[in-house]
Design a protein around this ligand. Structure first.
Ligand SMILES: *[C@@H]1O[C@H](CO)[C@@H](O)[C@H](O)[C@H]1NC(C)=O
Ligand SMILES: *[C@@H]1O[C@H](CO)[C@@H](O)[C@H](O)[C@H]1NC(C)=O
Length: 266
């Protein structure tokens, strides 16, 4: 029964996420990270609604950010930040930003759905962080071309890293990823340390591959003008790390139905 209701809840959440559409060529989703707003949503590695207030603060701090304030969350919402998941924000408040009214999320309302200041800081929610600047481990990248490296590269990366790189190039462009060096702790299914590639602006939809070991992955080309890379290392064993280059390419040079040429992510 519990499993069933969990699956039901998840499917409602996913349906809600996927029912939302495109704006300026970007799919609105649980990690809609806009440099102008700098606000983003995170959940625990263990999944949804697992973070106490203290843990939530640590998640933001880890990525060089802080808990978002109500005003920052609202500013982000006004440019389209829409997430169907309650999270901690500044001063122990909990809520989530809704742009489009929906039956399954936000009680049909639009705005910050505010659960107020929680007296019990041991309650578990997701989190809304604020970080207007990208840092070495992850960030928002809008340049036409850039090298992305595991933290500390060419030194070995550390344990317990989690980095998200959200790449966005111009509308009508696509992103080509070219792996230069790759050495990530190897294990079957890459459950310990890994680099994941998503053909979208978040790590929810468009999963395109998970990589570990020391085999250099093939080049990849996005289908749209956004892409997300996620690097995660666990609490033991590290390795040399990775280095890759992304570059914006003219989409018309890589039509979707091209049979030859670089592999397409579908
Ligand atoms: C606070 O929340 C936690 C997690 O939901 C719960 O286990 C605990 O009993 C709550 N404490 C109080 C005093 O309500
Ligand atoms: C992209 O390709 C189209 C069609 O070949 C061309 O008209 C356009 O100028 C190109 N844009 C860039 C930035 O190269």
């Amino acid at each position: 029964m519990l499993i069933f209701s969990l699956i039901w809840t998840l499917s409602v959440l996913l349906t809600e996420i996927h029912s939302w559409g495109f704006k300026n060529g970007i799919f609105h989703n649980s990690i809609w990270l806009e440099q102008a707003a700098g606000v983003y949503h995170r959940e625990s590695r263990k999944g949804r609604y697992q973070l106490t207030y203290k843990e939530a603060k640590a998640v933001c701090k880890y990525e060089g950010g802080t808990l978002a304030t109500y005003d920052q969350l609202e500013a982000a919402r006004q440019i389209g930040f829409h997430v169907c998941a309650a999270g901690w924000f500044d001063k122990g408040r909990v809520g989530y930003p809704i742009v489009k009214a929906g039956a399954n999320c936000g009680f049909g309302k639009v705005g910050i759905i505010d659960y107020g200041y929680r007296l019990n800081k041991s309650e578990r929610w997701d989190v809304y962080c604020y970080n207007p600047n990208s840092k070495e481990c992850g960030g928002v990248l809008t340049e036409q071309q850039k090298i992305i490296q595991s933290p500390g590269f060419p030194e070995e990366y550390q344990d317990d890293q989690i980095c998200y790189w959200h790449i966005r190039v111009r509308l009508g462009q696509r992103i080509r990823i070219n792996f230069l060096e790759f050495d990530v702790e190897d294990d079957t299914d890459c459950l310990a340390d890994y680099l994941e590639v998503y053909d979208s602006y978040d790590d929810v939809s468009g999963f395109a591959g998970r990589f570990c070991g020391d085999y250099l992955p093939e080049d990849m080309i996005s289908t749209g003008n956004v892409m997300t890379l996620k690097f995660l290392s666990d609490a033991s064993v590290t390795a040399g790390g990775f280095q890759l280059q992304y570059s914006a390419v003219n989409a018309s040079l890589f039509p979707q139905n091209l049979q030859t040429g670089p592999p397409l992510i579908t």
